[in-house]
Design a protein. Structure first.
Length: 111
């Protein structure tokens, strides 16, 4: 089955963007040099995690990036400053209402 990856941007700023592919319904959260590819359900969980700083450990250095988030790769971690997380939260909050509506649409299509 072929489909076009017709990407719609829902929020953007100088360090990232949030959008959804209308073809495969993948939500892309790009932030700095990271790209998170999420389902609509995962987007909600991911947003909570960022808002609440869940699953993050303090990582105290003199560099200001003091929150460490493990990844599924054992030797690879993401580091955030509080400012980073606030910028990312702003993007997620901006995209959230549209994505919530998309989720309702998907549910009504499935029935
Ligand atoms: Zn796609």
């Amino acid at each position: 089955m072929k489909h076009n990856h017709n990407f719609r941007t829902l929020a953007e700023n100088t360090i990232g963007y949030v959008g959804i592919c209308d073809g495969c319904r993948t939500v892309n959260v790009a932030f700095q040099n990271s790209l998170f590819c999420l389902t609509l359900d995962q987007f909600e969980t991911f947003s909570e995690m960022i808002f609440e700083r869940q699953a993050m450990r303090p990582f105290c250095t003199t560099h200001g990036k003091e929150l460490l988030l493990p990844t599924p790769m054992p030797n690879y971690f993401l580091l955030f400053s509080d400012d980073d997380l606030n910028s990312l939260s702003t993007l997620l909050r901006e995209a959230a209402p549209v994505l919530a509506a998309e989720q309702i649409l998907d549910l009504s299509r499935a029935n």
